[in-house]
Design a protein around this ligand. Structure first.
Ligand SMILES: Cc1cc2nc3c(=O)[nH]c(=O)nc-3n(C[C@H](O)[C@H](O)[C@H](O)COP(=O)(O)OP(=O)(O)OC[C@H]3O[C@@H](n4cnc5c(N)ncnc54)[C@H](O)[C@@H]3O)c2cc1C
Length: 354
């Protein structure tokens, strides 16, 4: 075997895993994007670093450089409930980040003995007895490589998960659409919009410098873009001011509404981060889960490659429990009547003075 461990995906999960793996291993880290390039597409993401993710970075001794942050910093969530025609503000502490700069910084923490293969797209893999043979393309040409263990850190649309576990249930999958608009207005909040005619998940607005992002996690069907248009019209009617469109981007996002859809892998393949199904079903926050699951996987692998899977699946039981808790929270957020009651009560809401 050329490699002990091949990691597919250099997002928060893949980079964290590569950073924490014992130097005794020969490690390959592949990503279809060349994340180091200035022209690289940023992963479609709100780029908000939630307190759980901040805490995990701190626990791992990592200091976020200020170059990762963008204006404005956000301390409030403006919750707009179009179903019940009510708005409230809630205090929350996020770091507002440039997602690509965050990923570039995470990648810069990967040790030099890791082989990096950027611009390489994983295609498929097969079990060959003592390990895995996998194929990928680079600049249109196909290549093959072997590793004892393959790691799917390739996000919500994981091809590794689909190749190795084609029959296993996928968490419910939404299509997230984001559009970027020019704006002159900086807002000290992030908008969370609930409207059951648009989606049974939620939509959001975030300002980053001179850009306003409008996004929504939509049911995967041919009405998704019409619903997104309707969302923009409703927000304009509600007073949101924005200028010329700069770009539209999209990504799949998982919503694991049952713990059984989370898969950590088998003896020759591990799934980590969103590929495993670790992402909040209530807020779609996934960076903290990517960091935490990568930490647990690295700890399991660093004890040896034999039997690592049983150690890994045991150590993520707390993460699964946390997702179970987030699912319990969902009715209070997504049931129109319960949400209306909670918001009308003003419970935990912040009085606005402007
Ligand atoms: C619209 C949107 C907004 C979001 N906003 C937030 C937010 O504000 N805060 C938050 O905490 N979470 C947010 N999330 C969730 C968060 O982005 C993910 O849960 C998190 O990035 C998961 O990290 P990961 O490393 O598991 O996967 P990813 O970040 O998805 O990384 C996967 C990597 O694998 C690579 N890859 C994929 N397929 C292949 C392949 N075939 N071959 C090679 N490489 C491949 C990709 O290029 C990527 O770099 C959002 C998600 C979406 C879709």
């Amino acid at each position: 075997m050329l490699y002990d461990i091949a990691i597919i995906g250099a997002g928060p999960a893949g980079c964290t895993l590569a950073r924490l793996l014992d130097r005794k291993y020969k490690v390959l880290l592949i990503d279809k994007r060349d994340i180091t390039s200035e022209n690289c597409n940023s992963k479609c993401c709100g780029g908000l670093l939630a307190p759980d993710a901040q805490e995990m970075l701190g626990r791992m001794g990592l200091v976020i450089p200020s170059s990762v942050l963008v204006d404005p910093q956000l301390f409030l969530v403006r919750t707009i409930d179009f179903d019940n025609r009510i708005e409230r503000y809630y205090q929350r502490f996020y770091f507002n980040m440039d997602r690509l700069v965050f990923e570039q910084w995470l990648l810069s923490q990967v040790p030099a003995n890791t082989d990096l293969a950027l611009g390489c797209t994983f295609k498929n893999c097969e079990y060959i007895g003592e390990g895995v043979r996998f194929s990928f393309t680079y600049k249109g040409k196909s290549y093959r490589e072997n590793a004892r263990i393959i790691i799917g850190a390739d996000g919500g649309h994981s091809l590794v998960r689909k190749s190795v576990f084609p029959d296993k249930k996928m968490p419910e999958t939404y299509v997230a659409v984001q559009e970027w608009f020019e704006t002159e207005n900086s807002m000290p909040w992030y908008g969370a919009i609930f409207d059951s005619t648009i989606t049974d998940f939620y939509s959001w607005t975030i300002t980053k410098g001179k850009v306003l992002i409008i996004g929504s996690a939509l049911k995967k069907n041919n009405l998704a873009l019409d619903r997104f248009k309707m969302l923009k019209m409703k927000l304009r009617d509600n007073g949101l001011v924005y200028g010329k469109k700069i770009l539209r981007e999209g990504a799949f996002i998982l919503r694991p509404n049952s713990i059984s859809s989370i898969i950590t892998g088998n003896d020759y393949c591990a799934l980590v981060g969103e590929a495993a199904g670790f992402v909040s079903p209530s807020s779609a926050e996934g960076i903290s889960y990517a960091l935490k699951s990568a930490y647990h996987l690295a700890s399991a692998l660093n004890e040896g490659l034999d039997n690592f899977q049983s150690r890994y699946s045991k150590s993520v039981s707390k993460l699964k429990l946390s997702l179970f808790g987030k699912n319990l929270k969902c009715p209070g957020m997504y049931n129109r009547f319960l949400r209306g009651m909670v918001m009308r009560s003003g419970l935990m809401a912040t009085d606005i003075l402007f």
